[in-house]
Design a protein around this ligand. Structure first.
Ligand SMILES: C[S@@+](CC[C@H](N)C(=O)[O-])C[C@H]1O[C@@H](n2cnc3c(N)ncnc32)[C@H](O)[C@@H]1O
Length: 531
């Protein structure tokens, strides 16, 4: 353990601070067997007994967290130091604000996790000379601290800041985790004991598994594969991955694509913001939530060079035992998480149902009507305000009290339409329709007008299509059932079963949206029939 620390800690100040924190964290020791069992379960070839060095690293990095298994599989769970203040509550609803908070270095909250960047792989993504200089500095430091020498071909590739970051990081990751020359480094130890040897993403599905993907996922998957194949060829041609098999390379890409971080840092030499791609051991155990309770940041200043995860400010407090989750990216829908990471989440607000062409046309017509109605409503409000201001009676013939039943009914249509458009992801049109409908809640409204029969027919067909079982898949999970995941105990299950579970969640999410639309139009039909 001592040699390990000497070899890999970048700065004495970090050393002292982290060691102080780690001894307060009694949970780290308790969590270690999970690392071992998860590793053993997910790969027959990983070493079963964690080394003292790994145990030391675990204690040093996991400050207020422990590794455990929950509904998302293995992840990090909050375990505050006794007497610690919980994070304050003030939810940020806006995803954009949340992402920008994630990009900025968070203020000094007690971190949940802190990892020296040189234990991982910090890759500068800024093109040009500035990027090259910073990368050279980081590579020198990385080699010195890890007591290894990178092959020249790999160094050339890592300094080629114009090359795709995923390819450069994958080559570095492969060498750093599998090369005998790097054995014993913090990252190699971590990979050997903690990382799975099988795929998490859909990159390497076999044809029978692929056949069960939603049809609209295939073009994206082929595109991802083409990019990886091209990068693999490039790495081989550059001689940067000599001695590794094609299987090793795809594994490295898989690990990098599903487990590395993109983060903006300040270049310590120029003070400019610089994009950094980083593989960070321990931090890469944090699962995704579309509504995360933690954010991450990296600091490249020479006296720090660290990666931290802190509670997300202005979020509901994380309670002891809660899983710590970050966002893997804004707006990720089920299809993206399935393809890139091998899972889908229930209730993901980013999941949308694409409108088929006929429906899109009907929606466009309704949108046009909604805009006309909105214009009418605005002019009515203006007339009312003007009349009130002049002390006169409100005489506008289009005042809502004077609306005909047909006009009121039409407003209700926009309300229902807003819900349909929202489910389809056409936010602007949905807002227009809502505006036209005076923001009335759809549940209390009927539905009217020409497109309704087409809507009913289409929505039913959608719901039935998604409800239809395809192939021998397990039954869809109940809404509150655990998510498809790879908990240690199930890690040996064939990959196909994980995939079915993930696809079932995706399918049931889409069915949920389609059924919500059916409910809406059924409501209309009832009210329309009663009228
Ligand atoms: C960065 S790793 C997170 C740690 C991982 N759970 C582990 O045990 O090593 C990303 C992988 O975790 C899993 N994962 C992350 N977020 C998840 C979620 N919300 N639901 C299910 N699985 C998730 C997926 O397998 C994904 O490819």
């Amino acid at each position: 353990m001592q040699a390990y620390r000497r070899a890999s800690l970048p700065r004495a100040s970090i050393h002292r601070r982290n060691v102080a924190c780690c001894y307060q964290n009694a949970n780290a020791r308790r969590a270690l067997p999970i690392v071992a069992s998860a590793a053993a379960a997910s790969s027959a070839s990983t070493a079963a007994t964690p080394t003292a060095a790994l145990e030391g690293a675990l204690k040093q990095c996991l400050l207020q967290t422990r590794i455990d298994s929950g509904e998302r599989g293995r992840g990090l769970f909050y375990e505050p130091a006794p007497g610690a203040e919980p994070a304050v509550a003030d939810p940020i609803k806006d995803e954009e604000a949340m992402m920008s908070q994630q990009r900025a270095m968070p203020p000094a909250l007690p971190p949940l996790l802190r990892v020296p960047l040189m234990w991982g792989l910090p890759l500068v993504c800024a093109p040009g000379q500035e990027g090259v200089e910073l990368q050279e500095e980081l590579l020198d430091e990385w080699q010195e601290l890890n007591k290894v020498q990178l092959p020249q071909a790999l160094v050339r590739l890592l300094l080629a800041t114009e090359r795709p970051p995923a390819a450069r990081l994958s080559a570095w990751f492969l060498w750093a985790t599998r090369s005998p020359a790097a054995a014993g480094s913090p990252l190699a130890e971590f990979a050997a004991h903690v990382l799975p040897r099988d795929s998490a993403s859909c990159l390497r599905l076999i044809p029978t598994e692929e056949a069960r993907l939603p049809p609209d996922a295939m073009p994206t998957l082929s595109n991802m594969r083409k990019q990886v194949s091209a990068a693999v060829e490039e790495l081989q041609a550059a001689g940067a991955v000599d001695g590794f098999s094609l299987d090793d390379l795809w594994w490295a890409f898989d690990m990098v694509i599903s487990r590395s971080f993109s983060v903006s840092v300040t270049d310590p030499n120029t003070g400019n913001p610089t994009p950094l791609a980083a593989y960070v051991p321990w931090a890469c155990l944090i699962n995704h939530s579309p509504n995360p309770n933690a954010v991450f940041a990296a600091d490249l200043s020479p006296d720090r060079r660290e990666f931290v995860v802190v509670p997300r400010l202005r979020y509901t407090p994380i309670e002891s035992g809660f899983e710590v989750c970050i966002s893997y990216g804004g707006g990720l829908d089920g299809r993206s998480t399935l393809l890139k990471y091998g899972f889908v989440s229930t209730g993901n607000v980013n999941d949308r149902l694409d409108l088929p062409p006929g429906m899109a046309e009907a929606a466009a017509r309704l949108k046009q009507q909604a805009m006309i109605s909105a214009a009418e409503a605005i002019s009515e409000r203006r007339a009312t305000a003007a009349a009130e201001a002049s002390g006169g009676a409100v005489t506008s013939p289009s005042s809502s009290a004077n609306l005909t039943a047909a006009e009121k009914e039409r407003n209700l249509v926009y309300c229902a339409l807003a819900s349909v458009l929202e489910a389809a992801g056409d936010w602007q049109a949905a807002r227009d329709a809502e505006e036209a409908a005076g923001q009335a809640p759809p549940a209390t409204k009927g539905f009217s007008g020409g497109p309704a029969p087409a809507l009913i027919k289409w929505a039913k067909a959608q719901a039935e299509a998604y409800a239809a079982p395809t192939g021998p898949a397990p039954p869809p999970p109940a809404p509150d059932a655990p998510l498809p995941c790879r908990p240690p105990a199930e890690a040996e299950a064939p990959a196909g079963e994980d995939l079915s579970a993930a696809i079932n969640v995706l399918r049931s999410e889409r069915r949920r949206i389609a059924l919500a639309i059916v409910d809406l139009v059924e409501e209309y039909r009832k009210q329309n029939t009663a009228a």
